[in-house]
Design a protein around this ligand. Structure first.
Ligand SMILES: NC(=O)c1ccc[n+]([C@@H]2O[C@H](COP(=O)([O-])OP(=O)(O)OC[C@H]3O[C@@H](n4cnc5c(N)ncnc54)[C@H](O)[C@@H]3O)[C@@H](O)[C@H]2O)c1
Length: 350
């Protein structure tokens, strides 16, 4: 029989139960979930019962020591990503850690270094990379259809979408608000399609205008009295190759659309909007727009988890790497630092 990947889950909350566990279970010929851990015992126990997982722990180190695992999903709040990931890598496991990589650049670097040192795969739950739109556009980009991409616009903006569950409005546990939570997805998508260039300078501004008072909550009612994050972040990133990204991310803002997740790319040979996919070019003295008439229908989370399992079993590198996670973290933390200091920040290569 082919090898079966023995998986453990760290953090038995929303994303573990909606994405990681069900998508491992769909691959039951290749994967067995053998253990789950959560600091809240009831969370681990109820997930174990619902998904028929044999071993339950409240401490991830105990699970890593006892359960003989090949791979781990890290699904905790952001503050615990680095500790759990590093411990799992040191225990000889491949890891998929939820986004964002970590809370600080130092943590993301240590995670990447540990993966390298132990020769294990470390990838992140940057799920938009696995959408059909991004998959298709990457093929056009690789075929030079857009030429050198020198400018991008990134939006992750909700009109009234402050999460009313979890710890998403707690800066101490999450490291920030919409920028680190949803902006990270669109920023990563743009960076991936631009070839993950080396960042040079960032300039960021954050606002707290709507989240710290009661109001309409389209994503549940949030704890406005303890709202410790920004409700909007805006910024600009420049890269050593001369490219630049302009970014806006909000959990709440007075805009028309209720939820906008978009990336626009502008290159020398063409441009593109990614969601939905549309490309813009000048050919034969004509301005043309191109839209796909067919894209494969595949859930991006399902593909993300399939790809992770295949990488672990066949030991090839994931499309989202630990080193890219460091660059992503540098930009996010640089934008926050810039907003705090009120000045642009130079991000030097380490
Ligand atoms: N890729 C996506 O689209 C997506 C969507 C939602 C959440 N996420 C990410 O997933 C992570 C978790 O989010 P969620 O919505 O599942 O949160 P959640 O609050 O629903 O679940 C987190 C769980 O982790 C547990 N936990 C906390 N500290 C722990 C520790 N040290 N060890 C073990 N368990 C611990 C909590 O008790 C809780 O059960 C976050 O990093 C978030 O950014 C990603």
């Amino acid at each position: 029989m082919d090898k079966v990947l023995r998986v453990g889950i760290i953090g038995a909350g929303g994303i573990a139960k909606a994405v990681h566990i069900p998508n491992y279970l769909k691959q039951s010929n290749k994967v067995k979930i053998v253990a789950i851990t959560d600091v809240v015992k009831a969370n681990a126990e109820s997930a174990a019962k619902e998904f028929h997982i044999d071993q339950v722990f409240t401490d991830y180190q105990e699970m890593l020591d006892a359960a003989e695992l090949d791979a781990v999903s890290v699904c905790t709040p952001n503050k615990f990503h680095a500790g759990a990931t590093i411990a799992a890598l040191q225990a000889g496991c491949h890891v998929i850690c939820e986004k964002p990589p970590a809370m600080t650049v130092k943590e993301a670097q240590k995670m990447a270094e540990t993966a390298k040192q132990y020769g294990k795969i470390l990838t992140y739950g940057l799920s938009f990379r696995h959408t059909p739109e991004v998959g298709a556009l990457k093929r056009f980009v690789d075929a030079n259809e857009l030429g050198e991409i020198y400018a991008a616009r990134v939006h992750a903006i909700r009109r009234r979408g402050i999460p009313g569950w979890g710890v998403f409005t707690n800066k101490e546990l999450q490291g920030g608000g919409p920028l680190i939570d949803i902006g990270v997805h669109m920023l990563d998508t743009a960076l991936y399609l631009m070839g993950y260039p080396e960042p040079d300078t960032v300039f960021g501004v954050t606002y707290q205008k709507l989240g710290n008072k009661p109001g309409v909550g389209l994503a549940g009612s949030w704890d406005w009295e303890n709202f410790s994050i920004e409700d909007m972040a805006r910024g600009m990133v420049t890269f050593k190759n001369g490219a630049s990204i302009i970014l806006e991310s909000a959990f709440a803002a007075n805009t028309e659309k209720h939820d906008e997740m978009s990336v626009s790319l502008m290159g020398e040979n063409g441009g593109a909007d990614v969601f939905p996919l549309k490309m813009y070019q000048e050919k034969h003295h004509t301005l043309i727009d191109t839209t796909p008439s067919f894209l494969p229908v595949k859930d991006n989370y399902e593909l993300q988890m399939e790809r992770f399992v295949d990488c672990c079993l066949n030991e090839y590198q994931p499309i989202s790497t630990a080193e890219q996670g460091v660059i992503l973290q540098k930009i996010i933390n640089g934008l926050y630092e810039s907003a705090d200091k009120g000045e642009s920040i130079k991000l030097f290569a380490e």
